[in-house]
Design a protein around this ligand. Structure first.
Ligand code: NAI
Length: 694
């Protein structure tokens, strides 16, 4: 609901549509009517537009996109044009956030005043869109091309002080905000000169040609494959080159094209997927969570050090344990070095760094975990070691403490079985670097208590991670899917593609890096350990690529030994194709009677990505993942899958499951039982359904 109030010569229109004062059809209608009424009332000299609660306006309702309600009149276009044309000054009084369409509404006002907690942003680019209602035309005219472009292409919020500095806000009001806004409006009634909206204020840039091509090159590099940033630039360029009305029309046309395109749908899918992932299915009742105020981390290696930082960053004290002083010192030094790098980049103050370091305490004794509410184990990936460690934790940890493992693949149920309290045991699978990567697979064991699951999911949020609940199997969701993906990549190089060609095809598809560059980065010994473990259960008649094992036998473990699938110059991470490896691949193929020939990029992408999809379908059917969008969340946030393709399951849906299924059947005929179509995929394809429909 929205109320219109009068205060002397100033009409106040208040957006009131909880929770974010979203621009629903009703809200637009009421603002429009409020403005008409104020314009028709000779006693009213100015209009203040403000928001109820602690927010101005969060923008359009995402769920209304692509629905008739979104375009029903008065549209936001009509409303903003009406406001802009008003002879009486309209003042946006921004207390709290003004995002997206909410900020565009404010930009169509003649003046803007802000409270100290105000924040303004045009975040549409993050959902694969551009501001669709004048944002790209009005903001450059208001504050100049360069800062406007930065806000529109970056999508990040600007606070009140910065808004004043940039010229977005005309005044910063401390104290009674509404009184201050009304006083400002009163002053504006006395202004005889035209109100600023009438003035073309675009600060033209000296050499616009160069400016925009530089911006395009930067966006293409930093946002490779994303169309929206380039469209943002095109619209701001139109603001410079075209009259206002033509610029607005251009922006509208580009907005609609993006709105109907796959990329924006994919990004919106991921936006909702991330929120959905936090919901836990199958809990007996709403669960009380256990308080987590002190955490223990076991193992100060690559993962343990990063995990300790995650908690210190969230102001939670951590005890970090190692078996030997030397390893502990190395871990603590790694943490200090990581923080120091952040400080040197100006992203953390020295004072905060010291505070965080002060929260991490090193120890060599299990007894130091006696008061911990949660202990996360990150020792070697070896079941025997893990069981021993959990047996010790069982002895020293207090009743009710949660015992978690960061294992990437091992059986959480078996680990839990080495304690007397399997209900308190859970998997917390962080990704490397743990202090940076936002994904956290929360692995629910067969006996994990419901409140432990609920606590872990809530904890994920409090340490700024995206928690995705998964079940127990070799590799959970992410690493399990990685297995057939890597398998196909290895088969493809035996069949005639070069290492570089496979990586390039998948990089061009949008992956952050190709599978071989990734394997070299992670360390080839990690994959080998997993293959050795799987060897016992791998049927002997199935094809197996020995290439990676033989590379390991040469002492090449990837970047850390400056050689793996590629070679690396000393202290460089740039992969250089290595003829020695190509020769090794040819030899392996010859020995295994594999026919070599040209392999197309299309084949590379389909063989690897469809392998992900087929495995994803099995994971879904086995209920290892709660929903297909969770698999997408895992793959985009943990494995470098291009966000603008929405994740492997959304990508499959967007191609059509019938087509994906048909191709997988063809691979099955050509390459045998690895490619047996997942029953769920087959069923959905035949019923004309999508993964997202189940
Ligand atoms: P790492 O080898 O860097 O570190 C392991 C640390 O554990 C070493 O510092 C070692 O001294 C210590 N340690 C061994 N036994 C111990 C014990 N009984 N008590 C205390 N400390 C002990 O290994 P990393 O890479 O950190 O992996 C640790 C775990 O995290 C493994 O289970 C691994 O599968 C998992 N993981 C690894 C990822 C990665 O990218 N490296 C990603 C996700 C999970």
């Amino acid at each position: 609901m929205l109320v219109s109030e009068h205060d002397g010569a100033v009409a106040v229109i208040r957006l009131d549509n909880p929770p974010v004062n979203g621009l629903s059809h009703h809200v637009r209608e009421t603002i429009f009517a409020g403005i008409e009424a104020a314009l028709g009332n000779p006693e009213i000299k100015a209009i203040v537009l403000t928001g109820a609660g602690k927010i101005f306006c969060g923008g359009a309702d995402l769920r209304q996109f692509n629905t008739p309600a979104a375009s029903a009149e008065p549209s936001l276009q009509l409303l903003t044009e009406r406001m802009e044309a008003s002879a009486k000054p309209i003042i946006a009084a921004i207390d709290g956030v003004a995002y997206g369409g909410g900020f565009e509404l404010a930009l169509a006002c003649h003046y803007r005043v802000v409270s100290p907690r105000a924040q303004v942003a045009l975040p549409e680019v993050k959902l694969g869109l551009i501001p669709g209602c004048g944002g790209t035309q009005r903001l450059p005219r208001l504050i100049g091309v360069a800062p406007a472009l930065q806000m529109i292409v970056g999508g990040d919020p600007v606070d009140a002080a910065k808004a004043v500095q940039l010229g977005i806000a005309d005044d910063l009001i401390e104290g009674d905000f509404l009184a201050g806004a009304l006083a400002f409006a009163e002053r504006m009634t006395a202004v005889t000169a035209p109100h600023p909206i009438d003035i073309e204020r675009t600060a033209m840039i000296a050499d616009s040609q160069d400016f925009f091509s530089t911006a395009r090159a930067k966006a293409a590099k930093e946002k490779r494959g994303f169309p929206a940033p380039l469209e943002c630039i095109a619209c701001v360029e139109a603001a410079v080159n075209l009259p206002r009305q033509e610029g607005l029309a251009f922006e509208r046309q580009r907005f609609i094209a993006l709105l109907n395109g796959t990329e924006s749908k994919a990004l919106r899918h991921l936006f909702f997927a991330e929120r959905e992932a936090a919901k836990i299915t199958g809990l007996s009742s709403p669960q009380e969570t256990r308080p987590i105020t002190r955490v223990g981390v076991l193992g100060a290696g690559t993962m343990g050090a990063g995990i300790a930082m995650c908690f210190a960053n969230a102001d939670i004290p951590v005890t970090l344990m190692e078996v030997q002083q030397e390893a502990l010192d190395r871990g603590l030094a790694l943490i200090r070095k990581n923080y120091a790098t952040t400080v040197s980049k100006g992203k953390l103050s020295q004072e905060k760094m010291e505070h965080r370091l002060g929260l991490i305490e090193g120890t060599l004794k299990y007894e130091a975990f006696s008061s911990a509410d949660l202990v996360i184990e990150a020792v070697f990936e070896d079941m025997k070691v893990k069981k021993e460690v959990f047996g010790r934790l069982d002895q020293v940890c207090k009743a009710g403490a949660i015992l978690a493992s960061n294992t990437s693949r091992l059986d959480i149920n078996e680990i839990a079985g080495s304690t007397s309290r399997p209900g308190d045991v859970i998997g917390l699978h962080f990704f490397s670097p743990a202090n940076v990567m936002r994904l956290l697979e929360v692995v629910r064991g067969a006996k994990t208590a419901d409140d432990v699951v609920a606590t872990a999911m809530q904890l994920a949020k409090s340490i700024n991670k995206i928690g995705v609940l998964v079940g127990v199997c070799d590799g959970f969701v992410g690493n399990r899917m990685l297995t057939p993906y890597s398998r196909e990549a290895n088969f493809l190089i035996e069949e005639g593609a070069s290492v570089l060609q496979v990586d390039q095809a998948l990089y061009d598809f949008g992956m952050a890096m190709g599978p071989f560059a990734m394997a070299d980065m992670a360390g080839l010994d990690i994959g080998r350990a997993a293959r050795l473990r799987q060897a016992a259960t791998r049927p002997a008649h199935l094809r197996y690529s020995r290439v990676a094992d033989q590379i390991c036998d040469m002492g090449r473990f990837g970047q850390k030994t400056s050689a793996g699938f590629y070679r690396y110059e000393t202290s460089s991470r740039i992969p250089i194709p290595d003829p020695e490896i190509e020769a090794l691949i040819e030899r392996c193929a010859r020995e295994d009677n594999i026919q070599r020939g040209p392999v197309s990029s299309e084949e590379i992408v389909q063989r690897t990505i469809y392998a992900l999809i087929n495995e994803g379908a099995r994971i879904l059917e086995e209920e290892i993942a709660q929903r297909s969008s969770d698999i997408d969340t895992v793959y985009v946030n943990g494995y470098g899958f291009p966000a603008y393709r929405g994740g492997p399951m959304f990508y499959a849906d967007s191609i059509g499951l019938d087509k994906v299924y048909a191709r997988i059947c063809e691979f099955h005929r050509r390459h045998g039982e690895y490619w047996e179509p997942a029953p769920l995929l087959e069923r959905l394809a035949k019923e004309g359904k999508r993964f997202s429909s189940i």
